[in-house]
Ligand binder design. Structure first.
Ligand code: 2BA
Length: 109
């Protein structure tokens, strides 16, 4: 068995969980936030047989889109007389960041 951990955009999470449930995959949605942008995203946990990992990956690919986000960089600590022009930075946030982990033991009690 494998545990798929997918970090996705909040806006894609609902559709993704619905698509997984439609194909009878069980999923858990956790509220999370990115370390870099500090914006809210969603982490979806999906426990599946190894043979189903590719099916789940296809569902994630079909339902999660990459987006461009604009970030305003934090001003650095400056000496008197120095000047900082805060240019907004464009960052592409991927459709999904997916980790697939081996599961040592799984029980539903
Ligand atoms: P964030 O950490 O908020 O990162 C959002 C996007 O900012 C990233 O998109 C990437 O394009 C950019 N970014 C992140 N760290 C950066 C850095 N040190 N310098 C420059 N740009 C940086 P993604 O790579 O698609 O990641 C989307 C979200 O997935 C991340 O949100 C984080 O929540 C999660 N994630 C990505 N890689 C991860 C990893 N190795 N471990 C755990 N979570 C990860």
């Amino acid at each position: 068995m494998k545990l798929i951990v997918a970090v996705v955009h909040n806006e894609d999470a609902g559709v993704l969980v619905d698509a997984l449930l439609e194909r009878e995959f069980r999923a858990t949605r956790l509220h999370s936030s990115g370390g870099f942008l500090k914006q809210s995203n969603a982490t979806i946990l999906i426990g599946v047989d190894e043979a189903q990992v590719d099916d789940v990956m296809s569902i994630i690919r079909a339902n999660c889109k990459a987006r461009t986000q604009v970030v305003n960089p934090m001003p650095p600590i400056m000496e008197p007389g120095e000047f900082f022009m805060p240019y907004p930075l464009e960052v592409e946030v991927g459709g999904a960041t997916v980790f697939t982990l081996p599961v040592e033991r799984f029980e539903r009690l």
